[in-house]
Design a binder for this molecule. Structure first.
Ligand SMILES: Nc1ncnc2c1ncn2[C@@H]1O[C@H](COP(=O)(O)OP(=O)(O)O)[C@@H](O)[C@H]1O
Ligand SMILES: [Mg+2]
Length: 223
């Protein structure tokens, strides 16, 4: 389903220095498969996730989604791939403060031009799935930290993406809320047959995934 072949990424620092963050990362992720990436701070986890999710370009290698090279597409086509096939969850929820939970979750589909009534029904269903049935019309400021992250999970799942990219999604939550959020992500992942790549520092969370990878010295290895 998702395949990375020999991904490299270098950054230029001023005129001369080149920072080789990724030097040859390969990875295959099947439909509904879950994987954790662990690695020290600065090892390139976010860089890799952004390249796999089509948000950042590699300096070498390929990312194939169902045999199509994501980075060979036009910017517009890549945007469509992201909106239709991928979901993103970050450490901070990035919900829009002026909008309700329902509106925030419905937003990705409304932006795609999907019908309003159907989209709202779907947003209600996903918010119910994440336990926020009683919070549909609350704005982010009226939700707890755990509830906000659950709304962000609902927003990442509403379009039933092929793959979710989660970059330290529990980094800002206490243990209880972190456990809850991960249980939710993995349960929904099963229900919707979504693949998942999660970057985490928490070994207990990593151990709940099908495969654990470590990113070190620019390469990815199975732990
Ligand atoms: N846009 C950028 N320009 C230059 N260097 C960057 C940029 N983004 C990340 N880096 C560097 O690449 C390395 C990996 O960063 P990152 O992927 O954020 O690591 P991690 O998520 O594992 O902490 C770091 O040394 C960081 O400073
Ligand atoms: Mg990071």
């Amino acid at each position: 389903m998702l395949k990375a072949i020999n991904i490299a990424k270098s950054y230029h620092d001023g005129a001369r220095n080149e920072l080789h963050v990724l030097t040859g990362v390969s990875l295959t992720l099947d439909k509904a498969e879950t994987a954790a990436i662990i690695g020290s701070s600065g090892s390139g986890k976010t860089t890799l996730l952004n390249i796999l999710g089509g948000l950042d370009k590699p300096t070498g290698g390929q990312v194939l989604l169902n045999d199509q090279d994501v980075h060979k597409l036009s910017e517009k086509q890549r945007c469509t791939v992201r909106n239709r096939h991928f979901g993103f969850i970050y450490q901070f929820h990035h919900l829009l403060p002026e909008f309700t939970a329902l509106e925030n979750v419905a937003m990705p589909l409304l932006i795609n031009g999907d019908p309003v009534k159907q989209t709202k029904q779907r947003a209600e269903k996903v918010l119910e799935d994440v336990g926020l049935k009683q919070r549909l019309h609350h704005k982010p400021g009226e939700l707890s930290g755990g509830e906000r992250q659950r709304a962000a999970i609902a927003r990442a799942l509403i379009h039933q993406p092929d793959c979710i990219f989660a970059d330290e999604p529990t980094g800002n939550l206490d243990r209880k809320n972190a456990e809850q959020a991960i249980s939710l992500i993995t349960d929904l992942n099963r229900e919707y047959h979504t693949s998942l790549i999660i970057v985490t520092h928490d070994i207990r969370i990593a151990e709940r995934m099908d495969t654990i990878y470590t990113l070190e010295d620019g390469v990815l290895n199975k732990a």
